[in-house]
Design a protein. Structure first.
Length: 399
């Protein structure tokens, strides 16, 4: 018997009310896009599931692709049959003959009430067929080695076992786009991934301070985004030349306030880029309490420069959990490569953990940062990544 299709179960649909249709359309569109290299596949959008008809494609390879698509809760290989008891029964026996293990359970679910056998009776009858025909199996209703599901729907009988867990979350693009601050550390790529998983597209922004920071940082960021492009096919990295602002800050601002002012400048620029790129918010990899600039008092003073929504997906995550997630994603090894970022180079000895807004404003009044911000934004350049490779690189281009 050959597997007919991959059965795609959605996540969290019950919580979405009127957004259901939008969710399904968006997910189906993303699935079609993710599977565009398999021309013979046919994708059927139903009210409560999506079916990827396999034809001659390799189920495992299609499955692996779908495991990276946000918005999918569970996936299973499915056999689709006519709603005929005898046919269903012999298929169940044939599938079970190939299964490993000693215990099983059949869970039938009759959605189509025109089918003459109730869910409970169908489970019991099919269970009896297995016991009679595949002698090594016993029933275990609590913790079976094989849980075989039989869904009777108007379009046919769907038989499947061994569900795989998908990414969950929302279909990408359903929840808009944000400008994400990417530093090259461990946290921000994990933050970017968690936004993508929740259906939010990311565009990344990096503040570079050459010659204080090395050009190699950009290679590192590209490597990180190549990993993340498995989840969001196209990602743009916008690089902001930050050196002049950085130098001005260290000239005019007292050392304990340098980080606070630097963050305020970053946020002002991010807000400008967010507007320019029609994004709906800004995101960072900040985590409460991690460092001096990430106390709630600091965040308050930093946030004051804009009223754009700021997402901090890792706000309450433990560092160890962030590291584990980075390892799972494959960003950790890239993130820990040694590099100098603009924060470590100018790191003050005793940064303010509870800065005051008045003092921050006082230091900012000492120099014309608006002009420096205009200049930085005007001189930004981008690197475009698609599917694990650079497709356009504005680095080192003549101005
Ligand atoms: P990461 O948070 O990525 O591990 P980190 O902990 O060294 O790096 P912090 O200095 O704590 O980063 O900065 C907190 C957040 O600020 C980062 O997660 C990132 O979103 C943003 N950020 C810091 N430096 C930069 C930079 N040079 N360019 C862009 N964003 C930055
Ligand atoms: Mg951090």
């Amino acid at each position: 018997m050959k597997v007919d299709a991959i059965y795609v179960h959605f996540g969290e649909l019950s919580t979405k009310g009127n957004n259901q249709k939008q969710f399904i359309n968006c997910l189906a569109r993303n699935i079609r896009h993710a599977l565009k290299d398999y021309p013979t596949l046919k994708i059927d959008e139903r009210r409560d599931f999506i079916l990827v008809n396999l034809h001659d494609e390799d189920p495992e390879s299609v499955m692996n692709r779908l495991l990276l698509v946000a918005g999918i809760q569970r996936l299973s290989l499915v056999y689709i049959l006519e709603k005929d008891y005898q046919k269903i029964a012999s298929a169940v026996v044939e599938i079970m003959e190939k299964e490993e293990g000693h215990t099983f359970k059949i869970k039938a679910h009759r959605v189509d009430k025109t089918f003459p056998i109730s869910s409970m009776d169908l489970s019991a009858k099919l269970g009896g067929e297995v016991l009679r025909n595949v002698k090594r199996f016993k029933v275990d209703v609590h913790n079976p080695d094989v849980l075989m599901r039989v869904d009777i729907k108007s379009s046919g009988a769907y038989l499947y076992c061994h569900e795989r867990i998908g990414l969950g979350g929302y279909p990408l693009g359903m929840n808009g786009k944000v400008t994400t601050l990417l530093s090259g550390g461990i946290d921000s790529p994990v933050a970017a991934y968690s936004l993508i998983r929740r259906g939010i597209k990311v565009e990344c922004l990096h503040f570079a301070s050459p010659p204080y920071t090395s050009e190699a940082v950009l290679d590192k960021l590209v490597d990180l985004l190549e990993v993340l492009s498995a989840y969001q096919e196209d990602i743009r990295l916008e690089v902001i030349p930050f050196t002049k602002l950085q130098e001005a800050i260290y000239r005019y601002v007292a050392e304990p306030y340098c980080i606070t002012i630097m963050r305020r400048m970053m946020l002002r620029i991010a807000a400008r880029c967010k507007e320019k790129n029609h994004a709906l918010g800004i995101a960072t990899g900040e985590s409460i309490g991690q460092v001096a600039s990430q106390t709630l008092e600091s965040l308050g003073v930093i946030n004051e420069v804009t009223n754009v929504p700021i997402l901090r997906p890792l706000a309450t995550s433990d560092k160890i959990a962030i590291i584990n997630e980075a390892k799972r994603l494959g960003t950790y090894e890239i993130s820990i490569r040694p590099y100098e970022d603009c924060c470590t180079i100018f790191k003050p000895k005793n940064p303010k953990t509870k800065p005051s807004l008045e003092e921050a404003r006082f230091y900012e009044s000492k120099f014309d940062y608006e002009t420096l911000i205009d200049e930085a934004v005007a001189n930004s350049y981008s690197i475009y990544i698609r599917n694990g490779a650079i497709i356009k690189d504005e680095r080192n281009q003549d101005e």
